[in-house]
Design a binder for this molecule. Structure first.
Ligand code: C5P
Length: 230
């Protein structure tokens, strides 16, 4: 079965407070989105890409992306899950029901080749699929409305959900459609699959695969990309 990258890149990134969405900020001469797309363009096992961008996005056409792989570009939606669903719909007819979709946040440009290889190797014969994740290492507190500790939460068995999240085309599409139709909040692809009764596999990844959210994350991503290039 083929592997396709599905890249939601239609967020506005308000928490960054920049003049453009965070996926279009530059790190050492390249935009975050260029780094992210190149990871999948360069990987020999990835057949093609589907990218969801904002309806009014003057930046995407300015990127310099060179690839012989098919790359579909569609408009995203209100939330991440709508953007993913739009990208999946655009692939209808080009992929088979059991092809693997690797949904990866545009805002995670530091995904390493080892993590991507481990994900593919661990899950390619799995009936459900799964996601890169990292065990929680901080102590967790539940706070009350006044900002006082109500409880220390046992962190054993807790993971941070990263991307790529890898599921089969038809199963993922159905799970997302159902979740949206039922008005559920799904902040990642795995949670839609969980609602549909599946148990996605957790594949331990590197904590360096950060999602850029704040200016501090951007600085850290710059450092990590430089380090990996050296
Ligand atoms: O906002 P957050 O960082 O959680 O978004 C995760 C990813 O989903 C980002 O790459 C962002 O561009 C994308 N996204 C999207 N469509 C939306 C909201 C977010 O494609 N409506």
């Amino acid at each position: 079965h083929a592997f396709w990258a599905v890249i939601p890149a239609a967020g506005v990134g308000r928490r960054m407070g920049a003049d453009r969405p965070k996926q279009y900020l530059e790190l050492a001469g390249r935009t975050v989105l260029e780094y992210t797309l190149n990871i999948f363009i360069r990987h020999p096992r990835i057949t093609g890409l589907a990218v969801a961008i904002g309806a009014e996005d003057p930046w995407f056409p300015e990127l310099s992306i060179r690839t012989d792989k098919p790359m579909l570009v569609v408009h995203g939606g209100e939330e991440r899950c709508h953007s993913v669903l739009n990208a999946l719909r655009a692939l209808e007819g080009q992929v088979s029901d059991d092809d693997w979709m690797l949904v990866h946040d545009a805002a995670r440009p530091c995904l390493g080749r080892e993590d991507l290889d481990r994900l593919l190797e661990t899950l390619e014969h799995d009936p459900v699929g799964g996601l890169l994740a990292v065990p929680v290492s901080d102590t967790l507190k539940r706070g009350d409305a006044d900002g006082r500790v109500e409880q220390t939460v046992d962190r054993s068995g807790l993971w941070r959900a990263f991307t790529p999240q890898m599921f089969r085309y038809r199963a993922l599409m159905r799970a997302l459609q159902t979740a949206l139709a039922e008005g559920a909040t799904v902040t990642d692809d795995a949670s839609a699959m969980e609602r549909a009764g599946h148990a996605p596999r957790l594949v331990e990844g590197s904590p360096s695969n950060i999602k850029i959210t704040s200016p501090a994350d951007l600085a850290l991503a710059g450092f990590l990309l430089e380090r990996d290039r050296a």
